[in-house]
Design a protein around this ligand. Structure first.
Ligand SMILES: Cc1ncc(COP(=O)(O)O)c(C=O)c1O
Length: 501
């Protein structure tokens, strides 16, 4: 009998016939009844056939397997006699209540241990950008919006309505760049609120910014091509470009944003330049106009594409919205990347690219081939969510909510700030940076925070080149008020006791 591979997964009774059928395709000199007996016993012992699971009738199994019923009955009778199966008169044959497959129960054969993972060098490199996550969200995970404030009932209603109305074409493979109605409303929104220059045809709906970065890397870069990255910068984009084999060139960020003049000399021309000009991630700096113009010129000179990641610019407090870099000049070599992950919720997995005309057709075709186009009914529901004004209302409400949550965090940290802890300006976005002047202090606070259930993201980890500047990235948007106060007060005390002894 062949080995049962993979993790223990309970086989649903409906699939027993199919699974046995696969078993029987393997060459064996054993009699049929014996092979059926062995396969079923092994599945019960490994937990794949869970206690209480009802077997299909012997008649049905024989029919599905194309074998004589007696062979099936022989195998089942043997397993009943041994106590692996039990028959319940009038109800059928069931897997007996045995401890197999429960946590702590050894599997039948120790040699069934799963193979150890030998990753490709690229896979190993990729993991450097992927911190293990336990999915715990107390205070202060960066980049998480107020999930508790999302209008879920309204959203469910819209989803249901669009599911009911979905035309047959949406059940098919398509290559249209996403649902037209959504691309139209996104285009209106971007033109008005972000000064993006676009037509709906230029909008390509993707399943989150991350997928957009990946598509850009694959379509425009070859392994070894240089991509300028903000230093410090966003780990998601770093991971994506690195995994595509691009050479990440860290370009320093100062008070005006990425400084193209700071590119180390002797570097190859970049193919891509990744920036977050509206709200640099994670420092929070807004790129100045002279820098924007310098960057556009650098892209022109090098024949590079700028990837403008405009991930959270809806959230500005007290400042006028900053126009997108993409809209600055008519022929800008800019691919604008937007996401719904911050403004709505990350599990939605929706984002969009605004592509220069020359890239529209190739990107649309490649995306439909590589990733397919996502879920049209969800896209249509989002189109209505935006068109009906729910989106702008939610943005306004979240802006108020985040302003208040930031104020709470500042209040909780006030004792430390009074003694010298420096916080970023927080004119926008969903997190603050607490600047530290000592890597040891950063490490100790991160460790103690984790022990207290508080996520403190070390700023130095956002740098490609060590040693990064120490600090803490404190996401406040996704944490409840009481969590912000508790964790903020804890952090202020921890900082004071470490700094002042
Ligand atoms: C700088 C930046 N860009 C983009 C994203 C959004 O990524 P996605 O749309 O793949 O969820 C994030 C999310 O954390 C981010 O921090």
């Amino acid at each position: 009998m062949g080995k049962i591979m993979g993790p223990v997964v309970a086989v649903h009774a409906d699939w027993v016939g199919e699974a046995l059928g696969i078993e029987l395709t393997q060459a064996s000199s054993l009699p049929l009844a014996r092979r059926l007996y062995r396969a079923l016993r092994a599945w019960i012992q490994s937990g794949r056939l869970a206690s209480g699971c009802r077997l299909p009738s012997s008649r049905r199994l024989a029919r599905e397997l194309g074998v004589g019923r007696n062979s099936v009955l022989d195998a089942i009778d043997q397993l009943v006699a041994e106590g692996f199966l039990e028959t319940r008169p009038g109800a059928g044959t069931f897997v007996a209540d045995l401890p197999f497959g429960r946590p702590g129960t050894p599997s039948e054969r120790p040699d069934d241990a799963p193979p150890t993972a030998v990753l490709s060098p690229r896979g190993e490199r990729l993991l450097r950008f992927c911190a293990p996550s336990d999915g715990h969200h107390g205070a202060f995970p960066p980049g998480v919006p107020a999930l508790d404030r999302f209008p879920r009932e309204l959203w469910q209603r819209l989803l249901k309505r669009h599911q009911r109305r979905a035309p047959e074409a949406w059940l098919d493979y398509r290559a249209q760049g996403g649902v037209t109605a959504l691309r139209e409303v996104l285009c209106d929104y971007l033109r008005l609120s972000r000064s993006v220059r676009c037509r709906p045809e230029q909008v390509l709906v993707v399943q989150g910014a991350q997928q957009g970065f990946e598509l850009i890397a694959r379509m425009l870069g070859d392994p070894g091509d240089a991509v300028w990255m903000e230093e410090p910068g966003y780990g998601g984009a770093q991971a994506c470009f690195d995994a595509s084999g691009l050479e990440l060139v860290p370009v320093p960020v100062d008070g005006e944003g990425m400084d193209p003049g700071g590119v180390p000399s002797g570097q190859a021309d970049p193919r891509l330049i990744y920036v977050t000009p509206s709200h640099q991630y994670p420092s929070g700096v807004t790129m100045s106009l002279p820098r924007r113009l310098a960057l556009l010129e650098a892209a022109e000179t090098h024949g590079a594409w700028i990837v403008e990641d405009d991930y959270d610019s809806e959230f500005r407090y007290g400042q006028r919205p900053i126009a997108a870099l993409q809209g600055l000049t008519e022929s800008a070599r800019v691919i604008y990347v937007g996401t719904l992950s911050k403004v709505l919720y990350p599990g939605l997995r929706l984002g969009y690219l605004v592509l220069p005309e020359a890239l529209v057709e190739p990107f649309r075709r490649a995306n439909a081939r590589l990733h397919r186009e996502g879920q049209y009914t969800v896209q249509a529901a989002l189109g209505e969510f935006i068109a009906a004004g729910h989106f702008s209302r939610h943005v306004r409400q979240m802006r108020d909510c985040y302003r208040q949550r930031q104020a709470l965090l500042r209040r909780a940290l006030a004792p430390a700030v009074a003694r010298g802890l420096v916080l970023s300006e927080g004119q926008a976005g969903m997190h603050l940076v607490a600047w530290l002047d000592d890597a040891g202090l950063e490490a100790t606070l991160v460790e103690r925070g984790a022990a207290n259930g508080i996520t403190l993201s070390p700023l130095s980890g956002y740098y490609l080149e060590a040693p990064g500047r120490p600090g803490l990235v404190l996401g406040y948007a996704g944490s409840r008020d009481d969590e912000i106060l508790r964790a903020g007060r804890w952090l202020a005390q921890a900082w004071l006791s470490l700094v002042e002894g």
